[in-house]
Ligand binder design. Structure first.
Ligand code: ZN
Length: 314
C-alpha cells in the first residue's frame, strides 16, 4: 500500500470567485429500501422529482451532474435519463450495482466499472470521465488499494470522487461550514486524482445524525420504503427543523467558500430530497444565494471541477 498523497492545484477560471461542484447520486439509496438493496431503477415519483431539479437548475443557467447506478439502464423505460442528457445535464458512472470501490476485489470492480461504462455508452451515448465511488471511504490514500486505483484508471477515469468526511459526525457546525477548506482534492501516486465529497451529504444529515430516530426510519423502510409518499407527508424520523437546518448550513458553507475563494464539492441525492424536501427548496435556495453574490459563483459539475485540477509539481 502506498500511503503517499500528492498535492493538487485547483485553478478557478478567470472571473470566478468560488465554485460549487454540485452533484447528485441518482439511485434508490439502500438506506430506504425494504431489502437494503440500492439500485438505479428509479421509481416514477423520483424520476419526476429529478426532472424538476433539472428545471430549477435551468432557470439559473446551471447544469446538474448525476452519478448513476447503471443497472437501471437495463430497465425498459429510460426516457427520463435520455431527457436529462438531451437537456445538457451530465451523467457519470456510479458503478453497475453500487459496490464500494475500496473494499471489493480489483477483478470485481473492473467488471462493475466496465459494465457500467458500456451501458452508459450504448444507452445514452455517454463516455464517463469521473467516477463516484459508492458508499464512500475515508482517507483514500490509506484505504483505497493500489490495485483498485489501477482498475479505476484502466477504465478511463483520471478522477474519482469517493472519499467522504467521516469527521462531519463528530465535529461542530463550524467545521461543516468550512467544508470546502477541510478536505481538498489530492492525487494518488498512480496519478488518479481524488475529489473528496465535502461536509455533510443529505443522507448523512437527514438519516444518520445522532438526532435521527433510527427505529422509526427502520420501521418506515420495512413497510413503505421505495414507495412514493403522499403530498404533505413529512419524514417521521427527523425533527421539524431538519430541512431549515440543512438549507441554512449549505448557504453558510457557500458563504465560506465565497469568502475564501474555494472550490466546494457537496454531494446530494434526488431520493433524499424527494423525501425530505418535497417542495425543492434546497436547490432553489442555493442557486438564488449563488446568483445574489456580487462576484461570480459558478455552480458547476464535478467534471468542471476536475478540469480545474492539476497535480502540483514537487
Ligand atoms: Zn451511491
Amino acid at each position: 500500500m502506498d500511503y503517499k498523497r500528492l498535492p493538487v492545484k485547483v485553478q478557478l477560471p478567470e472571473g470566478v470567485r468560488c465554485a460549487v461542484a454540485l452533484s447528485y447520486d441518482l439511485e434508490m439509496c439502500g438506506g430506504y429500501a425494504p431489502d437494503g438493496v440500492n439500485h438505479g431503477r428509479i421509481i416514477p415519483a423520483v424520476q419526476e422529482y429529478t426532472l424538476r431539479l433539472c428545471e430549477t437548475a435551468e432557470r439559473f443557467g446551471v447544469r446538474l451532474h448525476f452519478f448513476y447506478v447503471c443497472n437501471g439502464l437495463e430497465e425498459p423505460d429510460i426516457r427520463y435519463l435520455q431527457e436529462i442528457v438531451r437537456r445538457g445535464h451530465v451523467i457519470d458512472n456510479h458503478t453497475y450495482s453500487h459496490r464500494p470501490v475500496a473494499v471489493n476485489s480489483p477483478e470485481f470492480m473492473d467488471h462493475e466499472l466496465w459494465r457500467a461504462n458500456r451501458l452508459l455508452k450504448d444507452c445514452l451515448g455517454v463516455t464517463s470521465t469521473v467516477l463516484r465511488g459508492p458508499v464512500g471511504y475515508s482517507h483514500g490514500w490509506l484505504n483505497l488499494p493500489h490495485a483498485n486505483r489501477m482498475v479505476v484508471l484502466r477504465n478511463g477515469f483520471k478522477w474519482i470522487t469517493g472519499e467522504y468526511d467521516e469527521d462531519a459526525f463528530t465535529r461542530d457546525r463550524d467545521y461543516a461550514v468550512r467544508a470546502a477548506e477541510n478536505h481538498r482534492p489530492y492525487a494518488y501516486p498512480e496519478g488518479l486524482i481524488e475529489i473528496p465529497i465535502q461536509g455533510w451529504t443529505d443522507r448523512m444529515w437527514f438519516d444518520m445524525r445522532p438526532e435521527v430516530n433510527q427505529a422509526v426510519l427502520d420501521e418506515w423502510r420495512r413497510k413503505r420504503g421505495h414507495q412514493p409518499v403522499p403530498k404533505g407527508w413529512r419524514a417521521p424520523w427527523t425533527d421539524e427543523g431538519a430541512l431549515d437546518g440543512w438549507i441554512a448550513l449549505n448557504l453558510d458553507a457557500l458563504d465560506y467558500a465565497y469568502e475564501n475563494r474555494l472550490l466546494w464539492v457537496p454531494c446530494w441525492h434526488p431520493i433524499s430530497h424527494y423525501l425530505h424536501d418535497p417542495e425543492n427548496r434546497m436547490l432553489t435556495a442555493l442557486l438564488e444565494h449563488a446568483a445574489s453574490k456580487k462576484e461570480r459563483v459558478w455552480v458547476c459539475t464535478v467534471r468542471d471541477a476536475a478540469a480545474m485540477t492539476s497535480i502540483a509539481k514537487q
